[in-house]
Design a protein around this ligand. Structure first.
Ligand code: AMP
Ligand code: ZN
Length: 115
């Protein structure tokens, strides 16, 4: 997608602190971390969010929990606990419309909802 921030990060047209990349998936540090470990995991294929899944994103989507678990281990939060969430749409506060999963950990994360 021409004007998509996360497509540009995946294509390395915009710099980011990458922590994982493979044929289907890219992960990088969130620029405004909400926890000691705050990573974003995205499919390379553009998809606006979970309301807009198309067949071409499903192979990446199927592997994201496994990549998240590997990243949680690599970043030292596997034992302490971590959370994987995707905000979808206005009530969830989605601000970037390329499907992404937040991996959060490194401190007690509180209740299931932020507010
Ligand atoms: P959401 O609000 O769920 O759509 O999440 C978007 C996330 O992208 C936010 O946590 C932002 O801090 C993060 N973000 C925005 N721009 C960048 C960027 N250039 N590099 C890394 N993370 C970013
Ligand atoms: Zn995109």
């Amino acid at each position: 997608m021409g004007d998509c921030l996360f497509c540009k990060i995946a294509a390395k047209e915009i710099p980011a602190a990458l922590v994982h990349e493979d044929d289907d998936i890219v992960a990088f540090k969130d620029i405004f971390p909400q926890a000691p470990v705050h990573l974003l995991i995205i499919p390379r294929v553009h998809c606006a969010g979970l309301n807009d899944l198309a067949p071409d994103v499903l192979p990446a989507l199927a592997r994201i929990p496994q990549v998240a678990a590997e990243l949680a281990r690599a970043h030292g939060v596997a034992a302490g606990g971590w959370r994987l969430i995707s905000n979808c749409g206005p009530d969830a506060g989605q601000t970037v419309f390329h499907l992404h999963f937040h991996l959060l950990g490194g401190k007690p994360l509180g209740g299931k909802l932020v507010h």
